[in-house]
Structures are given as structure tokens and as C-alpha cells.
Design a protein around this ligand. Structure first.
Ligand SMILES: [Zn+2]
Length: 449
């Protein structure tokens, strides 16, 4: 008789006890003192959380089954709500060149390295919003992590993003040459029936989350831009293009009926929906359609108040992706002010950097920028943990993570020293546990081959 064998620890594996002196609880939005937790490596879950009634001795015998994190700041494992495992820093190679020139093998190997870097940086969950030309390969990287083949965060992936015909493409002028074939970077779909079919294709391919482009620079080839600029594809510029945003504006890719249909179909399949939106209309229509999250959504100028109010009224989670914005704007301050205004209005924020546009492992840049924006530290930590779980679909995610209660995944990280005194501690990750397994201890990777 066939039986499902579990590849992890044998039944005799003892529980792990973890002692902390400063532990962040995203549900209460505060730091707790002197909490100890018990974790089952068999299930990867937290089985006990209690405040210690008596003082512990200053020295605890070090063992595999007792972990002393006192003197450090302990957080739930971080969730990056907007990543691209198959991209590496644009400063190394422009996105268009990566998508056009890198083999699938190279991209998968890079993704494998990115998984390790993310985990060691304290990221136990990735919400990965599109492979950008690598088809459905993210599903299989996710499964490789889940099968214990490679270290990495728990991945919720989108496979290919949805865009309307011609809407989100690798834009090169050689497309019409004989023999030049470029892989697609989105699943093109149009009309209510067409977008419903596309959502079904994505879910059938194994996607956890449906991503669509509410708007994009769909006329980028009207005034082709030089490589390295936003959306640029070649070396030689054209003369006298329109200036600034006018050159290649973001324009709607779907109408309201189509967005409504995407969300309805995805939610019928119990999948959360992420909408890329860079225009006021795009954000408003996506929010009205009922998306789980709006990605980017900054730079709204005089329509900022109106846009934020719609996000607030619809209860949409906002993922402002400040870290990628920083790469493309001369002055980040107006965007920081928009994020602060969003927070002040009571909009639910999640931290996602569009990581991949910059290096995996530097994910905390998004937290640093939110703190710089004036969002209180505790609220930023909630955005980087609990709200990340909600962005992954909450109960639909199939596992609880992003906070530390009995029954939640044992995802914990410890930072050197006191985070409240020194925000730089975000980059000093001493300890990482995911699903009850230790991957980093005393600042050193363990258990990786
Ligand atoms: Zn993105």
C-alpha cells in the first residue's frame, strides 16, 4: 500500500525550546519581555508560547534543543510581499536584457541562489509576483523548497502576470525579424471570457496568487528609449521625443469589467489578487474590483488624496514598493510622504520591495524606507509580517505565519541587539528558523549544502 512518507525528522525528534527577552508580537503591535516558545520540528509549528514566571539562569546549556535568544530582538520571520525570484539587480543587468538573453537554466540557478540569500536575510516567506519570462518555473522552485531540496523562503508565486494583448511585453524592435523569437513575459488575455480563461490557466499551472497589470507603458515603442532608461530597449535614441512621463506613460490595460472578472475568478479559486497600478485610474479600478493588494500606486500627485481614500474605503492592502521606486526617482521624499499619508489614513500596508530589481538579501530596504517615511517601527514590522500573510491570502495560504501563536509556523528570526535603539539591527540577522528548522545561528548559515 502506498503511503505518504514525510522527508523530515524521525518521530523521536525532541521539541525545541527557545528563550527570548524581547519578542515582537504583530497582533498586539508591541514588544513582549521574557517569552519562551516551544517548537515541534516534526510539524514545524509552535506548540507553546508562555511568559516565563521565574528568572532563568544567565547561562543556559547550549544544545540543539535549547536556543537562547535573550539579548537579541526576536521577530516573526519576515514576509516580502513583492519579489521576483527570477530577476537580479537591474544595476548589474537591465531587466530587458535579463529576460531576453539569459537562459532558463541560468535563471533557475540564480533563483536558487536568491532563495538562499533571502532566507539568510531573515525572509521566511516570499510573495513572488511573476517570473518575467521564465514561464511557470516559479512553481517548481517553490516545490523544490517545499520538498526540502534547497533552502529558501516559503514561496507564494504568480507564474505569469496577466496583461492585455500587447500590454506587457519584452519590447524590442527586432521582433519582426526572421528567426527572432522572444519568450513572452505575461499571459495575454482580453475581454471577460478571455481574462477568466487566463486566471484559470494560471491556477491550473500552480499559481498561489494572481497578478495582473492594471496599467503599463503599453506604447513604449512609439518613442523607443535607450537601454538602461525605464523601458528602454536599444542603444540609439530617437530625436525629439516628448519629455519625461509623456514619453511612455502608463495607460490602462484592462477595463473595469475585465478587472472585475479577474478578481471574481481568482477569488472563486481561493487565490488572492495583486494589481500593478501606476495611474490613479488603475489603482481606483483595481481597488473597486476587489483586489487583495495594489502594488506601487505612488506618484499620484494631485490625485493622491482621492486614490488613498479609495484604497482605504475598499480595505485594499497597499504595497508601495518604495525600494524599487528609489531606483527610478530623483527624489524619494514625495513618495515617502504619500506612504505616510496612507498610513495616517489607516490604510493597511504590506512591505514588498519589488525585490529582484535590487539584490535579494537587501529586502529590508523597504522597511528602512517606510521607517524613514515616518511610519512607526511597530507598524512597519506588522506590515512586514502579519500583513504579508494577509497579502498571501490569509487563511487561503494554507498555513499561519507572520505572527507567533500556538499553531503558527515556527518562523522566527533574531537580530543583534535592541532594534528599538538601533534600526540598523534589521541588517544584523543572527538567527533564522523556518518551519522549526534552524538555518542560521550566531550569524552563520547552518544546515545548507
Ligand atoms: Zn514587481
Amino acid at each position: 500500500m502506498a503511503s505518504a512518507s514525510h522527508p523530515s525528522a524521525p518521530a523521536t525528534t525532541p521539541d525545541i525550546t527557545i528563550h527570548t527577552s524581547k519578542l515582537f508580537d504583530p497582533k498586539q503591535k508591541k514588544f513582549l519581555s521574557n517569552v519562551s516558545l516551544i517548537v515541534s520540528p516534526l510539524t514545524g509549528l509552535i506548540t507553546s508560547v508562555h511568559t516565563r514566571p521565574e528568572a532563568l539562569s544567565t547561562t543556559i546549556a547550549r544544545s540543539t534543543h535549547t536556543i537562547d535568544l535573550r539579548g537579541k530582538t526576536v521577530l516573526p520571520g519576515l514576509v516580502d510581499a513583492h519579489t521576483h525570484l527570477f530577476l537580479h539587480a537591474y544595476s548589474d543587468t537591465p531587466a530587458m536584457v535579463q529576460m531576453r538573453d539569459e537562459s532558463l537554466v541560468e535563471r533557475v540557478i540564480r533563483a536558487t541562489n536568491h532563495c538562499r540569500a533571502a532566507l539568510l536575510a531573515g525572509y521566511t516567506t516570499y510573495r513572488d509576483l511573476g517570473t518575467e519570462g521564465a514561464g511557470d518555473a516559479d512553481v517548481h522552485v517553490r516545490d523544490a523548497v517545499n520538498r526540502g531540496l534547497i533552502p529558501g523562503p516559503r514561496i507564494f508565486c504568480a507564474t505569469e502576470a496577466l496583461g492585455s494583448s500587447g500590454g506587457y511585453e519584452t519590447r524590442v524592435e527586432s521582433r519582426s525579424n526572421d528567426g527572432v523569437a522572444l519568450g513572452r513575459i505575461s499571459d495575454p488575455c482580453d475581454g471577460v471570457i478571455g481574462v477568466k480563461a487566463a486566471v484559470r490557466r494560471r491556477l491550473g499551472a500552480g499559481a498561489d496568487v494572481v497578478k495582473f497589470y492594471a496599467d503599463y507603458r503599453k506604447r513604449a515603442l512609439r518613442f523607443p528609449a535607450p537601454l538602461g532608461s525605464t523601458g528602454g530597449s536599444r542603444g540609439c535614441d530617437v530625436m525629439f521625443p516628448p519629455e519625461g512621463e509623456e514619453r511612455s506613460p502608463s495607460l490602462l490595460l484592462f477595463d473595469q469589467e475585465e478587472m472585475d472578472a479577474i478578481v471574481r475568478e481568482a477569488k472563486a479559486g481561493r487565490a488572492p489578487v495583486a494589481a500593478h497600478a501606476m495611474t490613479a485610474e488603475g489603482v481606483i479600478m483595481a481597488a473597486k474590483a476587489g483586489v487583495t493588494t495594489v502594488e506601487h500606486g505612488l506618484g499620484m500627485g494631485e490625485r493622491s488624496t482621492e486614490v488613498l481614500q479609495v484604497l482605504k474605503d475598499s480595505g485594499t492592502i497597499f504595497v508601495p514598493t518604495l525600494a524599487v521606486m528609489e531606483l527610478f526617482v530623483e527624489d524619494i521624499k514625495p513618495l515617502l510622504a504619500e506612504v505616510k499619508a496612507a498610513y495616517d489614513l489607516g490604510i493597511k500596508l504590506a512591505c514588498g520591495g519589488d525585490t529582484g530589481a535590487f539584490a535579494h538579501g537587501d529586502n529590508v530596504r523597504e522597511l528602512e524606507l517606510m521607517i524613514q517615511a515616518g511610519v512607526p517601527l511597530e507598524e512597519v514590522l506588522v506590515a512586514a509580517t502579519l500583513h504579508g500573510w494577509e497579502a498571501c491570502g490569509g487563511e487561503w495560504a494554507g498555513r499561519k505565519f507572520g505572527w507567533l501563536e500556538v499553531g503558527c509556523a515556527a518562523d522566527l528570526i533574531a537580530l543583534e541587539g535592541d532594534l528599538e535603539d538601533h534600526v540598523g539591527a534589521l541588517r544584523k540577522v543572527e538567527f533564522v528558523m523556518k518551519d522549526g528548522r534552524v538555518w542560521k545561528r550566531d550569524g552563520v548559515a547552518v544546515g545548507m549544502v
